[in-house]
Design a protein around this ligand. Structure first.
Ligand SMILES: [Zn+2]
Length: 75
């Protein structure tokens, strides 16, 4: 089900898919594919490789809470 898109990092490096997220082979920037129970879309992950932060609104958690979150990439 997880088709691997050929994405590139902002630094120009190739992005590898890992079990728990994605990592740039050059700058080692890592983006996790989940935030709590919320699964990030490929599009959101791609955005995180080009900016430090994305805003996600109305994330529905398993326990029923709906939150707005800022999600950061980490290197
Ligand atoms: Zn990179």
């Amino acid at each position: 089900m997880n088709k691997i898109k050929n994405f590139k990092c902002e630094c120009g490096g190739d992005v590898l898919k890992l079990d728990d997220g994605y990592e740039c082979t050059m700058c080692k920037l890592k983006v996790y594919n989940k935030f709590m129970n919320y699964k990030l879309s490929d599009e959101q992950i791609q955005k995180l490789f080009y900016s430090d932060m994305i805003e996600c609104n109305n994330i529905k958690l398993n326990d029923g809470y709906i939150i707005n979150a800022q999600i950061y990439s980490s290197s």
